[in-house]
Design a protein around this ligand. Structure first.
Ligand code: C2E
Ligand code: MG
Ligand code: MG
Length: 624
């Protein structure tokens, strides 16, 4: 029983005994008045006086001052009984039975000092009564009222009192042990509940609690005819913080944001952490969308407020998607999904803002959203495969390498083009991990196909922007090379112009380290971006890849031909090699060789193919 409950229970019992005593006294009062004996009037006065003297017990008990109330009750009764003894029949008076009863009650209530004081008082009182009779100061009617009989009564009373006290002491100990055991059980129950229903890091409630609170909020909403808002909050740059500053900083940031969100919500609103950097807010009592929007904007500001973590000031932004009950439905899961979709709309249109679920936008978003959800499972469920497109030496006609191109076998939609899912993976922060998998797989495959070849065939791997900004490219490459035991000079990394411009410092360091290991670098899709000469010189990449859009129009479009010629000349003057992608026919091949480009890849030879087909191709090739 919890302390509060125990107190209530004791109060209840004390009041019961109090009412009972008052009732007995009242009956006795009437009885005396009706009996009209010799002592009726003084006795009635004594009873009336005692009844009044007991009344403070009620006030003290109802105000939970239980110890004082009990002491008052016991002392008043003891004085009443003692007065009866002195006034009427001394030690032969029936009132003497009151003493042991009072002692038992005080022992039951666990009042140690009161118990001892009362017992001493009673013993002294009995002895005094006996002595008074012996010395004939008072003359009680019965002859048994003497010091000797008083001593006997005292011994009986002391024996009774001590044995009751001892027994009750044991009982109390047992009760206390049981109570503390009970408290421990309750504590561990609470801990388990806390663990099941709360997030360990931020101590915020989790989705299970959110679901319960949503049901309550919905009930309130249907009575008050107001709206419940379900807000899905996703931090915009959390992965970056985690990757660049470490997990401990990421954790501290999440805790700070959880606190900020709580501070900016009312006590009846709920904020939960549902996964990594995603929070869910349930807020009720809205009459208009404007009120919801104002709250969302307040939360955006709260999240954006800079926080100090480990001597670094970090500020984060978030995207908030909102769905409303009953407007968008009244099912928790549906509303969460709609809020999630609205959140993706915000992410799509530039982040750091909030948006309501919109049925018109939802169709298109739903597809992207579903695809994104499926994409999350692609890596763990091994739905990715690398295809290889051979690269040829245009003069000798021999294969010298292959480009690794990622394929996603979607469980229901079949093969999905990288042009569709790679931008999605980039936006949602998944591309860095996918890119690392590509590196590992490509190195592994390349090591495999190189076994027993007359000359080595290298692999070219496309690197994404986020592998630089969100992961440690040098480390990833070194890990992949070590794991596969592939020599660095059999690996080529394809970079894009955007990467050179936007991550110049990071790249320069990575290129330096990896070049020392023999790794080659090429610039993919050259001609479609900045085509800036300055960084070409700075980075000393070995190879320029002429984008397929130029190659394919080489025969028909003079402008494309001029661009290709310029690229080839530029490469020659910078002492870079050139490779043309997208060669689909012999005429293009011939023209490219005439212009001075001696490497190429394209459908003319082969489309990107699975590893087994590529290996079969190598087997039929002079390199075997
Ligand atoms: P990319 O790196 O420029 O790859 C060349 C693309 O041209 C490939 O498309 C390839 O299948 C296609 N191609 C090759 N020869 C021909 C041809 O003769 N005619 C035509 N019409 N197309 C040809 P794919 O495989 O669809 O890849 C598209 C883009 O997706 C790639 O362009 C690359 O930017 C990206 N990508 C693919 N795999 C990866 C990857 O593992 N990591 C990263 N970061 N990006 C990748
Ligand atoms: Mg490429
Ligand atoms: Mg390309």
């Amino acid at each position: 029983m919890a302390t509060e409950q125990l107190k209530e229970h004791r109060k209840y019992r004390l009041l019961q005994v109090f009412y009972l005593t008052e009732a007995v006294l009242l009956i006795e009062l009437f009885h005396r008045l009706i009996a009209k004996g010799e002592a009726a009037i003084p006795l009635a006065i004594a009873i009336l006086f005692t009844m009044l003297a007991l009344s403070p017990v009620y006030f003290l008990a109802t105000r939970l001052r239980l110890e004082l109330a009990t002491q008052w009750f016991l002392i008043a009764l003891t004085l009443f009984v003692s007065a009866l003894l002195w006034s009427f029949n001394g030690l032969t008076d029936e009132a003497l039975f009151g003493y042991p009863c009072i002692l038992v009650f005080s022992a039951l209530m666990g009042l140690r000092r009161t118990f001892v004081a009362l017992m001493v008082f009673m013993i002294l009182n009995i002895l005094l009564l006996g002595l008074a009779n012996d010395l004939q100061w008072l003359q009680h009617p019965s002859s048994t009222t003497s010091l000797n009989s008083g001593i006997l009564f005292c011994i009986i009373l002391a024996l009774l009192g001590v044995s009751i006290w001892l027994q009750l002491g044991d009982l109390n100990q047992l009760l206390q042990a049981l109570q503390s055991e009970n408290n421990r059980v309750m504590q561990s129950q609470q801990q388990i509940e806390q663990l099941i229903n709360h997030d360990a890091l931020t101590h915020l409630p989790n989705r299970i609690v959110a679901r319960q609170r949503f049901a309550e909020a919905c009930r309130n909403a249907s009575v008050s005819k107001r709206m419940v808002a379900v807000m899905f909050i996703d931090l915009d740059n959390f992965k970056h913080v985690n990757d660049s500053l470490g997990h401990h900083v990421g954790d501290a940031l999440l805790m700070a944001i959880a606190k900020q969100l709580q501070l900016n919500l009312r006590s009846r609103d709920t904020v939960c952490r549902i996964s990594g950097d995603e929070f869910l807010v349930l807020a009720e009592g809205f009459q208009t969308q404007l009120e919801v929007k104002q709250l969302a904007e307040k939360l955006l500001e709260a999240v954006a407020a800079p926080v100090q973590i480990a001597n670094t000031e970090i500020s984060s932004t978030c995207s908030i998607g909102i769905a409303l009950c009953p407007h968008d439905g009244d099912n928790f899961d549906t509303l969460c999904q709609k809020a999630d979709m609205a959140m993706y709309q915000v992410k799509d249109s530039g982040r750091n803002s909030c948006s309501f679920f919109d049925i018109a936008l939802s169709k298109q978003t739903e597809q992207t959203f579903n695809l994104l959800n499926d994409l999350k499972k692609a890596l763990p469920e091994q739905q990715f495969e690398l295809y290889y497109q051979p690269q040829y030496d245009l003069q000798t006609g021999q294969i010298f390498g292959a480009e690794a191109l990622l394929r996603w076998h979607h469980p229901t939609r079949g093969m999905i083009s990288p042009a569709v899912f790679i931008p999605l993976a980039e936006q949602s922060g998944m591309m860095a991990d996918i890119g690392f998998w590509v590196l590992q797989q490509a190195c592994h495959d390349c090591a495999l196909w190189n076994q027993g070849l007359k000359w080595p065939i290298r692999v070219a791997v496309n690197v994404s922007q986020s592998q630089l900004s969100r992961r440690h490219l040098e480390l990833d490459v070194q890990t992949a090379l070590q794991e596969s035991k592939l020599s660095g000079n059999l690996l080529e990394l394809e970079l894009t112009e955007t990467m050179l411009v936007e991550n110049a410092a990071l790249l320069q360091r990575a290129i330096k380290v990896l070049k020392a290991k023999g790794v080659h670098f090429s610039l993919d899709d050259f001609g479609t971006g900045y085509s800036n000469l300055a960084y070409l010189q700075d980075f000393e990449l070995g190879l320029l890849k002429i984008d397929q859009s130029f190659t394919q129009k080489l025969l028909t479009d003079d402008r494309s031909k001029a661009v290709v010629r310029a690229i080839i000349q530029l490469a020659a003057s910078l002492e870079l090699q050139c490779i043309a992608e997208g060669i689909e026919n012999e005429q293009t091949l011939v023209l490219l060789t005439r212009l001075g480009c001696f490497k190429g890849q394209g459908y003319y030879w082969a489309k990107p193919e699975p590893l087994s087909e590529f290996q079969a191709r190598l087997n039929g090739n002079p390199c075997r």
